[in-house]
Design a protein around this ligand. Structure first.
Ligand code: CA
Ligand code: CA
Ligand code: CA
Length: 275
């Protein structure tokens, strides 16, 4: 029902650019901590530095799917990349960090292994807006090992069921409901970046950016297993999901080569035994 594109990009050219980025990256966190560091075009936020994975869903009408809200609730783009030490996340939305009314922004949900279980949550806001029951826990920049999520007000068919309903669509986590704080993101920013972006260029846009120490998530090697990043406002009127595929595993040796290797080993053992 949702038209989130999954145009993640890490082409050969991306690898080359990634190498260049790596060379330019000092060994400290936060190199990709501000919006400009992501090299995203002002005119078209769907373009991105091809060294990063990204997905975009910039909308410009009041209906967002499954709910309404226009630019003020639009989940527009997620970007991610990592190095040996940090996972970098950039998220663009029309939702401000501390709205005095309406629904507050949700948290960034992190699913290692892309298996549908969002183990970690990066808190983006402690605002409640008009709906404290959906606001979740924590302070901006907190990283949670999550034991429970809030899920907005819609069921999986797009029917309105209300906050905390047992019928709510659990594929789309909004705010961290419970868990333990295991650390905080480096250089967490929720910036107003003004107008000039995307299809509704005259309206306000915000960019959430953070570097997360990979040791908090279990180590850099886990990034090879794939990951998914998800964000929505606490109503879940619009959500965005970035699936990063697992790195390809090396192909197994052809059976003939294996057989030849075993024969060679047997021959060696026989030769040793006969000495
Ligand atoms: Ca938009
Ligand atoms: Ca959107
Ligand atoms: Ca997972």
């Amino acid at each position: 029902m949702m038209q989130c594109q999954s145009n993640y990009s890490r082409s050969v050219m991306g690898s080359l650019l990634g190498a260049a980025l790596l060379i330019a990256t000092p060994a400290s966190a936060g190199t990709i901590s501000s919006f400009s560091d992501w090299q995203i075009s002002h005119a078209d936020l769907s373009s991105g530095n091809s060294a990063v994975y990204y997905t975009t869903e910039d909308q410009h009408t009041d209906y967002l799917d499954p709910g309404y809200g226009g630019q003020g609730y639009d989940a527009e783009a997620i970007y991610t990349t990592w190095d040996a030490n940090y996972l970098y996340i950039g998220m663009m939305t029309g939702r401000e960090q501390n709205p005095s009314s309406g629904w507050a922004p949700g948290d960034i949900a992190i699913d290692l292994g892309s298996n549908g279980r969002y183990e970690f949550g990066l808190v983006t806001s402690s605002a409640t807006g008009s709906n404290p029951a959906t606001a979740g826990v924590g302070s901006p920049g907190d990283l949670f090992a999550v034991s429970g999520w809030n899920y907005g007000i819609w069921d999986a068919s797009g029917n309105h069921v209300g906050a905390n309903s047992p019928l709510v669509d659990t594929d789309h986590p909004t705010s961290v409901a419970s868990g333990n704080v295991i650390g905080s993101a480096d250089h967490f920013l929720y910036s107003s970046i003004g107008s000039g972006y995307g299809d509704w260029g005259n309206d306000e846009h915000y960019f959430i950016s953070a570097a997360i120490d990979l040791s908090l998530l279990g180590g850099a090697a886990l990034m090879d297993d794939g990951l998914s990043l998800h964000w929505a406002a606490n109503c879940n009127n619009d959500w965005i999901l970035l699936d990063v595929p697992a790195s390809p595993v090396p192909a197994p040796l052809p059976l003939m080569l294996l057989a030849a290797g075993l024969l060679g080993l047997m021959a060696t053992r026989r030769a040793k035994r006969s000495v």
